[in-house]
Design a protein around this ligand. Structure first.
Ligand code: SF4
Length: 98
């Protein structure tokens, strides 16, 4: 007798897109480690990461993942602050609809 529940897909499949990530070959400091970096230096660091993201073939998969799972660094062409703002916009939008 089946209860109708299914196991989630293998984690490896869910993260297969990371094999094609352009940031795999980048220095980790480009995408993370912004502690103590402020102002124009921070903007320049974030823009350098975003420039790589814009050329990345898995930008959409990455952003989908990051919107629900990543609170630090640049992922999917967005900074942590931008993702947090977007999450809040979506929450406010769904609250306004309901
Ligand atoms: S979109 Fe940016 S952070 Fe995401 S996998 Fe591509 S290069 Fe890496």
């Amino acid at each position: 007798m089946s209860c109708g529940l299914r196991l989630p897909p293998p984690v490896l499949d869910a993260y297969e897109w990371q094999d094609r990530a352009l940031c795999r070959d980048a220095e980790v400091e480009v995408f993370f480690d912004f502690e103590g970096v402020r102002g124009r230096n921070l903007e320049a660091r974030e823009e350098a990461a975003k420039a790589i993201c814009r050329r990345c073939p898995v930008l959409q998969e990455c952003l989908t993942h990051a919107m629900s799972a990543e609170d630090y660094g640049v992922w999917g062409g967005m900074t942590a602050r931008e993702r947090r703002d977007e999450r809040n916009r979506r929450l406010l939008g769904s609250a306004a609809v309901s």
